[in-house]
Structure formats: C-alpha cells, structure tokens
Ligand binder design. Structure first.
Ligand SMILES: [Zn+2]
Length: 431
C-alpha cells in the first residue's frame, strides 16, 4: 500500500453537461493498494486513517489520470511529420508505404515497441489503436502491450480495394484472421479486440458484411468517417445506394455503443442524429485535422446532438502522441470557429484527454479519473525548475488556472512519472 502525496486533479464530472468548474476536483493524496485506488483526500486525513503506510511524495506539478487516446495508428509511428498534403495524397505517399513494411514481423516488433514506449513516455495509459493490415504484426502489438500492462483495444485493419495490393485481403481471409486474433487476444488482461475496416472507401459491402459477422462477441468497432471532402465524394461514388457516408457502415449494423468513428469533420445532421441514436462515439483528432487541412471539427453540433466525443492523436497524421497537445489544438479550433465554436475551459480539456476517452471505450468503471475503486493509471507532469511552465505554475491562481498553463505549455519532457495499474512505468524515481 502507498499513499501518494501530490496535487491530484481529475474530472469526476462531465464539463459538457453543466458547470465546467464543478466537473473538476482536486485532492492532496491517494491511497493505492494492488494497483487500485482505495481512498482519496487530504494527506493529513489519509495518514491519520492509515498510519504507518509509506508516503510517496510527488512534489510540484500535477498528478493527472493517465491519458486516453481514442485514435492512433501504431504502424505510423515512424511516419510523423509528412506536411503539405491532403488526406488521400498523404496516405499514398507517407502512411501506406510505411504500413506495407509491417509485413516483416521483425520490423513490426520493433515498431510496436517504439509505439508503445512512446505512448507511455507521453503519459498515455489507455488507447484505441488502429492496427496493422498484417495479422503477425497484430500479435506483436498485443504481446508487447500485455508486457507493459497497457489498456489497449486494437484490431487487424481490413481493406479489399483501392489501396496498395499488399495491404488488401479478401473478406474470407479477413474473417478467418480476425476470428483467430479475437480468440488469442480479446479480453486477455487489459487487451481487447476492435474490428477495424480502414474506411468504407477501401472496404466493399462484402468486407463490411464480414466486419458485422465479427461483432456480437463483445468486441469493439472502429473506422474513419467524414475526414476530407475528396474522401467523402469518393465514398459517395462507391456506394450509390447509401444516403451518406455513415450509412455505408449503418447498412451493415456497424454503428453501436461499442463503435468509435474517427474525425467526422464534415457530418450531415442526419449522420449526427444516427450516431446519437445508436450511442456511438466520435474521436476528434485536432492536430491531424489541421495538418492535413481536413477542416475545423464541429464540436458544438456533436454536443448539441448528444454525441460522446473524445480525443485522438491520429499519429502519424497528427503531430505526436502527447494528448495535452491535442486538447490545446481542440481549444484553438473552437476559438477559430467563432460563434459556431464551443469555448473550452481547462476542465473540458482535461476531461477530453482522460475520462471522455475512458467513456468512449466503455472503460470508465476502471480508469479515466481517480475515483475510489478505479485502477491507478496516472501521469505526473512536473516541469523542470526554471522552465517557463514552472514559472507559470508558480503563478497560477487556482487548480483550473494551473491546468490551463499545463495545457498551454506542457510537453512530453514534463512527464516526470507514469503509473500503469499502480506500477511505476516511466520517469524519475519519485522524491
Ligand atoms: Zn486515422
């Protein structure tokens, strides 16, 4: 058992549902036993109630729930930074040539390690990971994630047209390989499986039907939608009978409470209504949307329709794995939208980077905040003495203001410690 003495901040409430400030909570200490939070409160209260328990002091900075990334591509960790292209050109020139290399299992093993170590170093402890087109590469990812104790939901990426030939599978092979992977990895420790057609642009009705056959075993579903206008027009041409992009998935019953759709930058109202009706979530990927010039995410319309929105880094189109950077970019985008935007507070940003993701992934009974009974997944952001962030934290008026300065200034260099189910996974030895 350990008492962590820290500036503990989380969002037990939903800032989109009421007063954002009321969604935020701060305490001075957490009592953790066997990786689970057993008590929270002031340091004095926890010490009095549990005398003799060791105290780990995390002085300075903030201790936050481990970040939750709901859209990130593991095969693209070596392909970040391809600037100056819209989506379809970027896929062709940057992403897909790199993804083809994961046919080599040793290459995939190295990439999986770099990817997962990158997540941990960025304070991300839970992620919905867009997988590889190759089943052995998925075995490597799942094995490496199990070794690190991370909460990873992922699956084999399925496509049967338009992409480079080595990335294509028949619906029959897709079914067989996915079923094998589900047997081996789904619900094993903190791992879960997600059925993952790349997007309906590269997945025929037959392939989407195979995807539907794989659901119903408690597995998750994820794909892309409405990211870019050229993509949307191409999908419309490929599915002349579909009412809109979402309908290409809906016709195969792929819109469920266990479905997470990435982007949705250009939705129609009918699509928003359908997403809400089926309880599906949307992964908003702000730096990717800006880098590819995809558009400004209509967060207000999503919230007004009652759709659950979380954050994704969308590496490699996104500009890195650090979720606070995505939260800051989400804030910028809403500012640029003016009256159509939704002004985000520090409580919104923390919620989007943590608990909103846990809710989108159905893991909010286990992670996403520091409620008693939840698993201790945490990131300690503590800037170097004398850094601009340290100066700003020293002058913060209150918790909300301190968070604002964290989101404005923090980088992965400020990650001083990461805990995965109570295990210290990265960073300095706490003082
Ligand atoms: Zn993506």
């Amino acid at each position: 058992m350990t008492i962590y003495a820290a500036s503990v901040v989380d969002t037990p409430g939903d800032p989109f549902a009421g007063d954002p400030a009321a969604a935020l909570a701060q305490d001075g200490a957490l009592l953790v036993r066997d990786g689970v939070i057993r008590a929270r409160g002031s340091l004095a209260a926890l010490r009095a109630a549990h005398p003799g328990e060791p105290v780990t002091r995390l002085d300075g900075g903030l201790l936050l729930p481990g970040f939750v990334d709901t859209h990130v591509h593991f095969p693209q960790i070596r392909a970040i930074g391809g600037l100056g292209m819209p989506l379809l050109d970027w896929l062709e020139q940057c992403a897909l040539p790199e993804e083809s290399k994961l046919a080599d299992r040793a290459y995939a093993r190295a990439v999986a390690a770099e990817f997962l170590d990158g997540l941990v170093a960025s304070g991300t402890t839970t992620a919905l990971v867009f997988g590889s087109h190759f089943a052995p590469a998925m075995d490597e990812l799942f094995a490496a994630a199990a070794q690190r104790g991370l909460n990873i939901t992922s699956g084999l990426v399925l496509s049967d047209r338009i992409l480079r030939p080595e990335l294509l599978n028949s619906p029959e092979t897709a079914l067989a390989d996915s079923a094998d992977l589900i047997l081996r990895w789904h619900d094993r420790g903190r791992l879960r499986y997600a059925v993952t057609p790349r997007f309906s642009l590269s997945a025929s009705d037959e392939m989407l039907d195979a995807c539907a056959q794989l659901l119903g075993k408690g597995v998750w579903f994820t794909s892309h939608i409405n990211e870019n206008l050229a993509e949307i027009a191409t999908v419309a041409g490929l599915f002349p009978g579909a009412r809109h992009y979402l309908d290409t998935y809906g016709r195969h019953n792929l819109i469920t409470p266990r479905s997470v759709f990435a982007h949705n930058v250009h939705p129609r109202d009918a699509e928003l209504a359908t997403l809400a009706e089926h309880g599906a979530s949307v992964a908003h990927c702000p730096t990717s949307n800006c880098a590819l010039g995809s558009g400004l995410f209509p967060l207000r319309r999503h919230v007004e329709h009652g759709i659950h929105v979380a954050l994704g880094s969308d590496v490699g189109a996104g500009a890195g794995l650090f979720l606070p950077k995505e939260a800051l970019q989400a804030y910028f985008i809403q500012q640029l939208l003016g009256d159509a935007g939704l002004a985000l507070t520090p409580a919104h940003l923390l919620y989007l980077a943590t608990r909103a993701g846990a809710q989108a992934l159905g893991l909010d009974d286990r992670v996403g905040d520091f409620a008693v009974g939840k698993e201790f997944d945490a990131v300690w952001l503590r800037p170097a003495d004398g850094s601009t962030l340290a100066v700003n934290l020293r002058h913060a008026r209150d918790t909300s203001d301190a968070l604002a300065r964290i989101f404005a200034l923090a980088t992965p260099a400020d990650v001083a410690g990461v805990w995965i189910r109570g295990q210290n996974a990265a960073g300095q030895d706490p003082r």
